[in-house]
Design a protein around this ligand. Structure first.
Ligand SMILES: Nc1ncnc2c1ncn2[C@@H]1O[C@H](COP(=O)(O)OP(=O)(O)OP(=O)(O)O)[C@@H](O)[C@H]1O
Length: 227
């Protein structure tokens, strides 16, 4: 049986005003991401990878077109509802970890769960399981500055999936790591996707990692096309 559609973009357009002119970045993007698949987004700098991730993740509004998360059309929803969907169904990972420096690894992962209303005990238990899963259980009480780059990114990934979202959107998650560490972090991410049935769209310039994903897409002429 085909897996469930987690994210669907239809006819999505997005442009930015630049002085007198308009820079049209996305010109009718159609794209479908299914639960349990990892898709690489590989495109030259400036073609709109971050824009696509922000629009897909409900951080920015498209100028036209439709975004559905877990089947729910997100156009025309109130900002409150969009935020609620984003918190529940979307996890973000960036090139730089953006962990809160004054909190430990486990506290960083607990945070989004506490915001969602989980008890402290439940949040701690799930965070510990995620840390173990990412093979950094022994670093739970360390603050970000005391962790290596690869460990920091694994904590950031654990935090992104802490609320069991349907979709993981990652913008160069290994871009700041050496090749060996990048490989190791991707391995942990891949295991997590396989185990949880998450759907992941990962922007990367790393062709070796892209080659290991289920499929590869690029942005060409403002549209998403298969590579
Ligand atoms: N808020 C904004 N206002 C104006 N222009 C913007 C804005 N955000 C992005 N752009 C422009 O839109 C284009 C696409 O940007 P985007 O960040 O999506 O590219 P990218 O493919 O992610 O690039 P990179 O690989 O360098 O991160 C760029 O030319 C950028 O300058």
């Amino acid at each position: 049986m085909a897996s469930r559609i987690a994210l669907q973009l239809s006819g999505v357009e997005r442009s930015y005003g630049q002085g007198e002119t308009t820079l049209q970045i996305l010109k009718g993007v159609d794209f479908t991401l299914r639960s349990g698949e990892i898709v690489a987004l590989v495109a030259p700098s400036g073609t709109g990878k971050s824009t696509l991730l922000h629009v897909a993740g409900l951080l920015e509004h498209p100028d036209a077109g439709e975004i559905r998360i877990a089947g729910e059309p997100c156009n025309g929803l109130s900002d409150e509802r969009r935020t609620a969907i984003r918190r529940a169904e979307i996890g973000f990972v960036y090139q730089f970890h953006h962990l809160l420096p004054e909190f430990s690894a486990i506290e960083n992962i607990m945070m989004p769960q506490l915001i969602s209303g989980l008890s402290k005990a439940e949040a701690r238990e799930r965070s510990k399981a995620l840390l173990d899963y990412m093979r950094i259980g022994h670093r739970a009480e360390h603050r970000p500055a005391e962790l290596s780059g690869g460990e920091q990114q694994r904590v950031a990934i654990a935090r992104a999936v802490a609320n069991a979202p349907m979709v993981l959107l990652a913008d160069e998650p290994t871009g700041n790591l050496d090749p060996e560490t990048a490989h190791y972090v991707f391995e942990a991410l891949e295991a997590l996707v396989r185990q949880s049935g998450l759907a992941a769209l990962i922007a990367t310039h790393n062709m070796e990692l892209a080659g290991r994903m289920d499929r590869r897409v690029t942005i060409s002429g403002g549209k998403v096309v298969d590579l």
